[in-house]
Design a protein around this ligand. Structure first.
Ligand code: AG3
Length: 273
């Protein structure tokens, strides 16, 4: 009974969340967007029918995508976020006192506008003076970019549609070019059970460009109920599993032990790389 959000993970496996109400719905220039109020996970952003983030568990994803590369870096100052229009990742990046400037390049202005209105807990820090929001295609931005960054974070949707170009060796090559010598690139790289091919494709593409490439995991209940993966490339060869800079206070998932243990992979995941 009632209204349910339903996302197919495999032919015989769907995720279902009870929906209290649909707060906003729009066809943006790039995708179908909805903000829904769920029974158990608070408000959620849905793009083209795929759950992107919920108020209840977004930290498990955003903290791990931000703090692993940022804490592995000895002194991160300039950060580029590609995608991530909800603002949750930028909020985490700003917890690092050494960070002086964050550029967020989001292709879809509609995502930022909707999240500013309905998900202030995520988007609230987009007005911070250290943040510049650019509405552009991340692939093109990085291709034409003449700046240098210490850390690049890619917070994309699943590979497909507007995000397809963000999973290619060409894109990772351009990221490599605009990173400082000791810089890190970190990307969301899907889950290892139903989407092993997407995970492996992204991991190998990063590995074709960076001398050191490692996969690490987090748990994000609404994505897959268990592991979600990230891939980090290290331009200078520094091991991303090591914590080198100050750990931000107030995190709910990230801590130095979780940082190091996130790189310990069960054999079945390693075998799928
Ligand atoms: N980034 C996309 C995560 C992919 C979710 N995939 C899925 N549910 N099938 C999330 C954006 C959060 N800032």
């Amino acid at each position: 009974m009632g209204m349910w959000f339903d996302e197919k993970h495999a032919d015989g496996t769907h995720l279902r969340l009870r929906v209290r109400s649909v707060l906003f719905q729009e066809k943006t220039e790039f995708q179908d967007l909805a903000i829904i109020e769920t029974e158990d996970f608070g408000r959620a952003l849905v793009l083209d029918g795929v759950l992107q983030t919920t108020e209840r568990d977004e930290m498990f994803y955003h903290e791990m995508l931000a703090h692993v590369p940022l804490c592995a870096h000895p002194r991160p100052r300039r950060v580029l976020v590609v995608g991530g229009g909800d603002g949750g990742l930028v909020r985490e990046v700003l917890r690092h006192p050494t960070v002086e400037a964050v550029t967020m390049v989001e292709i879809d202005r509609g995502v930022v506008e909707a999240c500013r209105r309905y998900l202030p807990g995520l988007s609230g820090k987009l007005d911070d003076p250290r943040v510049e929001v650019v509405f552009a295609d991340g692939v093109q931005y990085v291709r034409d970019c003449q700046q240098v960054y210490d850390v690049i974070l890619v917070d994309s949707t699943d590979p497909g549609g507007p995000s397809l170009g963000l999973f290619t060796p060409d894109f990772y090559g351009d990221c490599h070019r605009i990173l400082a010598d000791d810089g890190f690139l970190a990307c969301q790289t899907e889950e290892p059970f139903f989407r092993a091919e997407a995970m492996r494709g992204a991991y190998r593409a990063v590995g074709s460009v960076f001398p050191v490439t490692r996969l690490y995991v987090s748990m994000v209940p609404v994505y897959s109920v268990w592991y979600w993966t990230f891939t980090v490339g290290s331009k200078g060869g520094l091991d991303p599993a090591e914590v080198r800079s100050k750990v931000p206070a107030g995190t709910v998932y990230y801590c130095p032990d979780v940082h190091r243990s996130a790189f310990v992979l069960p054999p079945f995941i390693r075998d799928r790389l």
